[in-house]
Design a protein around this ligand. Structure first.
Ligand SMILES: C=CC1=C(C)c2cc3[nH]c(cc4nc(cc5[nH]c(cc1n2)c(C)c5CCC(=O)O)C(CCC(=O)O)=C4C)c(C)c3C=C
Ligand SMILES: [Fe+2]
Ligand SMILES: [Fe+2]
Length: 481
């Protein structure tokens, strides 16, 4: 038995972003270079209204006409076998949105990725071995794609759904080739991350942008991007359903602390590069709690960030430290809710279910529960289908007046601008290795920094070429848990 603590944990979740102030644009166009801010009501059909309408039915299929509709789901990708782990990590660390080198040293991007991936692989492999020898991401994402396709067809939108992963098969490039082979004429790009981060959706969209820019077919294909969708009613309701159901497994559901554990990002992404991830996360949690409140579920809750990598500061509070603190404060029952990803993956199956659970039990928490990732939850899939339908580019520019504007903290219609601001800010950052770019100013500090950086780079090259792990032993390099 547990749950007798009666401890009230203050919600550490707050947001100062007004929901009314949010943009109502879509990122759309026929070419990424032509992305423009398009008021949603000038560009889209009131398809949602049509979906729900029974009296004056206009079949959506007839509105779509001969267009070939495609949906591209963007995701991270994961190693399918233990042999895949190192090359997967290489792809991840070779991403300039994960490790940014000064222009002068761009040629070191791949050796550095090689070095870090080789050094990290044994630890990562251990994790993947403990969850069955590989990531379940491909299999789950494929299942989500199939369910989304079915849902779209049920809603009279005969669309094909593609999966494009950032760091492993099926790569985004492979999906794009298939889209071209299938002759898709309208494409909706949907990152499978509810909240936008430069390091996830941003990285995938940047890659997509570069692919589109160089391809004649893609330049003339109509497309729309849904940068984030954490605020959608269906998603919020689906999360509340799962939380409500899991709370029921406790003897005293009302005494359980709801513990949202989000994937972290380096603090500099948010504070210096303007990543909206933290603000979107906080608002998302507010919305879920509001939904639970409507159902008379008024539990205490908190948010912390997990899975930090390397020595730089990440978003706080950290999940592990928070669990220990909660134990000290007398919390006895805790329900962990993974919030930044919609599939089970290594961080839920290993980090939360094994590491954090063990830590919680050691810290005095007596009953531990965990909400499953959304996966193919029907309310969620149906809502994704609605999101696709609402954002479907429609040739013919039929007037739209009654569509409910989607809202997002990401300035929709200007993801490109967001990435540009991020690039600019990144040049000013000082944090080594993770994200840094030199500007050739005269400040002594900068020169000291450059000298130190040069020394690290020389050591790195030596390490890569000699195979000696002295930097690793000194603990200088990041990316090792
Ligand atoms: C919203 C989710 C995620 C954010 C934000 C994110 C940022 C981020 N991640 C790394 C480094 C690694 N991530 C790894 C795996 C991984 N990351 C996410 C999600 C987010 N990452 C997922 C879902 C997964 C698991 C995929 C799977 O195979 O199941 C890994 C590899 C695993 C490991 O070795 O721990 C690394 C490394 C950074 C540096 C970063 C922000 C800059
Ligand atoms: Fe990650
Ligand atoms: Fe981890």
């Amino acid at each position: 038995m547990c749950c007798g603590s009666g401890v009230h944990v203050d919600a550490c979740v707050s947001t100062n972003v007004s929901r009314n102030a949010k943009d109502s644009m879509v990122w759309s166009g026929t070419s990424p270079s032509l992305y423009s801010k398009q008021p949603i009501n000038k560009f889209l059909l009131p398809l949602r209204a049509l979906v729900t309408s029974t009296s004056q039915d206009v079949p959506i299929a007839s509105l779509i006409g001969r267009e070939k509709v495609g949906v591209l789901l963007l995701n991270l990708g994961g190693p399918e076998t233990l042999e895949d782990v190192q090359p997967f990590l290489f792809n991840l660390f070779a991403d300039p949105d994960i490790i940014r080198l000064p222009r002068l040293f761009r040629f070191l991007q791949k050796p550095l990725a090689q070095f870090i991936s080789v050094a990290r692989a044994p630890k990562s492999k251990e994790g993947y071995a403990s969850i069955g020898g590989g990531s379940p991401l491909r299999h789950i994402t494929d299942a989500q794609a199939e369910e989304l396709r079915k849902s779209l067809w049920e809603k009279q939108v005969p669309a094909k759904v593609y999966v494009g992963m950032r760091y492993w098969h099926p790569f985004t490039e492979e999906a794009i080739e298939q889209i071209k082979r299938d002759g898709i004429t309208k494409l909706v790009v949907l990152p499978l991350y509810p909240q936008f981060s430069i390091s996830t959706s941003g990285s995938s969209l940047r890659l997509l942008e570069s692919i589109f820019r160089e391809d004649e077919y893609l330049v003339s294909m109509q497309h729309t991007v849904i940068p984030s969708w954490y605020q959608r009613e269906g998603y919020i309701k689906a999360m509340a359903n799962l939380i409500g159901k899991e709370l029921e497994t406790f003897d005293h559901p009302e005494q359980v602390l709801i513990f949202f554990s989000a994937h972290g990002v380096p603090l500099a992404y948010v504070e210096e590069a303007g990543d909206p991830y933290k603000a979107e996360m906080e608002e998302c949690i507010d919305l879920i709690m509001e939904e639970l409140e409507k159902r008379k579920i008024m539990n205490a809750y908190t948010l912390a960030y997990q899975s930090r990598v390397g020595p730089v500061e990440w978003l706080k509070p950290y999940t592990d430290e928070t669990i220990v603190e909660l134990g000290k404060r007398g919390v006895k029952c805790l329900l962990a809710v993974p919030i930044s990803f919609v599939s089970e993956h290594i961080e839920t199956l290993e980090e939360i279910d094994v590491e954090y659970k063990e830590l919680a039990l050691k810290s005095g928490i007596e009953k531990w529960g965990r909400v499953p990732a959304l996966g193919c939850e029907p309310t969620f899939i149906s809502d994704l289908a609605d999101a696709v339908i609402e954002s479907l580019p429609y040739v013919g520019a039929m007037a739209v007046s009654n569509i409910e504007a989607r809202q997002s903290l990401v300035p929709l219609g200007s993801v490109e601008e967001l990435l540009a601001v991020y690039d600019l800010k990144r040049r000013e950052l000082q944090s080594p290795v993770m994200v840094w770019e030199w500007g050739w100013t005269r400040s002594a500090e900068t020169w000291n920094g450059r000298a130190a950086m040069l020394a690290v780079l020389v050591l790195l090259v030596l390490e890569v070429t000699t195979g000696q792990g002295f930097l690793h032993q000194w603990g200088i390099l990041p990316f090792f848990h």
